[in-house]
Design a binder for this molecule. Structure first.
Ligand code: USQ
Length: 388
């Protein structure tokens, strides 16, 4: 298949590109290095420096023999994106080209505006480029479990049938984003839903939970192929942050009471989910939604597991509840269906002691690069300016 990956330089974009290329697909990546720029501006660079896309694609070619084509432009530029889709006419397009950080989007007006404009424009441009030049192309869009919020009823897989005054109909499941970033993802889903209903676009929207890990089959081939592993408060996700904290002997930062539950997924499973979605496309006119996570944990449970694994390695891992910089429920129900991808053949990796120990060992190899100054929360949700 011919696959275009937008946001191909990202934590998930680059590993997805290698995974799909290694499976024999023709892969094209697009990126404008927005996340690298934002990370540099907020002192949030990844733990392990990575080469730019051209360097990584060359390295991958030398090691694996397969080429990944690199296109450097901004997906908010509709003309550039349309021209690429017209020239390539891909079978599938994976859309990761978004500002991915909830804390960044809550930092202040400029960051909120950038998140809103970048995410919605890129999604709108994707819909139009595909409709105009490759209407059969299957769009695989990265959404987030955070679109649903933390409702007091079971979370269905994207859609819910509602009975009202003796009649029933099927609707998108109610959404309630906890940050502006999450809200842009809700708006993306609505945009795609509209274009599916009216013009027959085929879309799979993947509602993914926080991802963890830095090992994939291809990334493990060479240190220069590693994903952009962030551990700071802005771009780092919680498990990756806890691994780093454990390695440097800093107490694990549980925000508030730590009863916040989310659905987590190993980066290896993310790649498989995207591959399974591509191999089993949505029908024309269908907005298919999968909940992309494998296990649900509270923050307290994650901290306990990291502590256990760290103790195995002789680390002194402590846990500290700190003031929650976010506005979120700290104790709540979280029951979410996630059958779709399992039905397509996903065989999940578990967050067990062996997995955590292996990740701690990998992080420990880069201990000298860890900057303690970027770990504690620097953004607060409680004022529109993001300041404490
Ligand atoms: N948390 C802590 N301590 C920390 C960091 C986070 O207790 O040091 C808590 C947060 O308060 C939150 C939970 O961990 O309750 C998850 O936070 P996170 O930073 O791992 O994830 P989040 O900001 O929600 O965003 C990440 C990705 C985003 C993706 C989302 C999926 O950055 O792109 O959409 O996970 S979800 O969380 O399901 O919405």
């Amino acid at each position: 298949m011919k696959v275009v990956i937008l946001g191909g330089d990202g934590y998930l974009g680059w590993p997805t590109a290698m995974h799909m290329a290694a499976k024999g697909h023709e892969v094209h990546v697009v990126d404008n290095y927005l996340r690298r720029r934002l990370a540099a501006e907020t002192r949030s660079e990844a733990l392990i420096p990575t080469g730019d896309l051209e360097e990584r694609a060359d390295l991958f070619h030398t090691i694996n023999g397969r080429r990944i084509a690199v296109h450097l432009f901004d997906c908010t530029d509709g003309e550039r994106l349309s021209a690429l889709i017209r020239d390539l006419c891909p079978d599938a397009l994976v859309h990761y080209a978004e500002q991915p950080s909830a804390p960044f989007s809550m930092r202040g007006e400029a960051e909120a505006r950038l998140t809103l404009e970048n995410n919605l424009r890129s999604t709108f441009n994707v819909a139009w480029a595909v409709l105009t030049h490759a209407p059969d192309c299957h769009i695989v869009k990265l959404g987030t479990m955070g679109e649903y919020g933390t409702p007091n009823i079971d979370i269905e897989e994207g859609w819910i049938t509602i009975e009202h005054k003796g009649r029933s109909d099927r609707f998108l499941y109610p959404r309630a984003g906890g940050s502006l970033y999450h809200t842009t993802k809700i708006m993306d889903t609505d945009l795609l839903s509209f274009h599916c209903r009216l013009y027959g676009l085929r879309v799979t929207d993947l509602m993914q939970g926080p991802v963890y890990g830095l090992s994939t089959a291809e990334a493990d081939l060479h240190p220069g192929l590693v994903p952009n592993f962030h551990y700071d408060d802005i771009f780092g996700t919680v498990i990756n942050r806890f691994l780093v904290q454990a390695v440097i002997g800093m107490p694990l930062t549980i925000y508030g009471r730590g009863g916040q539950k989310r659905g987590y997924i190993n980066i290896r499973d993310t790649l498989r989910c995207v591959e399974l979605s591509i191999l089993n496309p949505a029908a024309a006119g269908e907005l298919r939604i999968f909940n992309q996570f494998t296990e649900i944990f509270s923050i307290r449970e994650i901290a306990e597991r990291v502590q256990e694994a760290g103790t195995r390695l002789g680390l002194d891992v402590r846990v500290q509840h700190i003031d929650n910089p976010r506005r979120e429920l700290e104790e709540h129900r979280y029951v979410a269906v996630h059958d779709g991808l399992l039905g397509l053949g996903l065989d999940p990796h578990r967050l067990d002691a062996d997995a955590l120990t292996a990740m701690l060992e990998m992080v420990a190899c880069h201990k000298d690069r860890i900057d303690v100054g970027r770990i504690l929360p620097r953004v607060r949700w409680n004022t529109p300016s993001g300041t404490p």
